[in-house]
Write a protein that binds this ligand. Structure first.
Ligand SMILES: [Zn+2]
Length: 177
């Protein structure tokens, strides 16, 4: 696929240049907001337009299942960079219905890990449910992430934190926390 990407990229860059769209813009979030969401492919090119955000507007973070595992997690670190270092004032945790991380179970994952050559001792060394962050309910998972951000000593208390749930097909959002 890399060859196709590079071929596309050459055309893409040239077309943007010709249209005068290649001028530098600020790396700061114009809308003073961050979004933390799931890596689900259906949200690509859906979430930002569904929320009215374009290029340059927001900082966006993604992981499998929009799960925050603890205060030392890279999610907290990145949101601290956005809120403490860059002064962003709003954080939106955006989960979505029909999330793949709700459909996994620990036994299947162990089998898949073994099949893919992950050493048995590495599999045994982790609590699969905790390590992968398997979730039971998408809305509860969003509320949990919002609570962890609100309780985190590393996120300033004047930052507004919201929890939303998105339909991955229509883009409709519901405020849940
Ligand atoms: Zn998901």
């Amino acid at each position: 696929m890399l060859e196709k990407i590079l071929e596309h990229n050459r055309k893409f860059v040239q077309e943007r240049k010709n249209a005068g769209q290649d001028k530098p813009i600020s790396g700061h979030a114009k809308k003073d907001a961050m979004v933390f969401t799931c890596m689900d492919t259906r949200l690509v090119e859906l979430l930002e337009p569904a929320m009215g955000f374009g290029r340059g507007d927001i900082k966006i973070l993604k992981n499998a299942g929009n799960i925050i595992r603890g205060n030392c997690s890279d999610v907290i670190r990145s949101i601290a960079v956005g809120t403490v270092l860059m002064g962003l004032k709003e954080v939106y945790v955006v989960g979505h219905s029909d999330c793949g991380m709700r459909k996994q179970n620990a036994d299947d994952i162990k089998v898949k890990m073994a099949e893919r050559g992950i050493p048995a001792e590495a599999i045994e060394a982790i609590d699969i449910e905790e390590w992968f962050g398997l979730l039971k309910d998408e809305a509860e998972n969003v509320k949990d992430a919002v609570n962890k951000l609100k309780e985190s000593p590393y996120i300033p208390k004047d930052v507004n934190i919201y929890g939303l749930l998105m339909d991955p097909n229509t883009g409709e959002i519901e405020v849940i926390a």
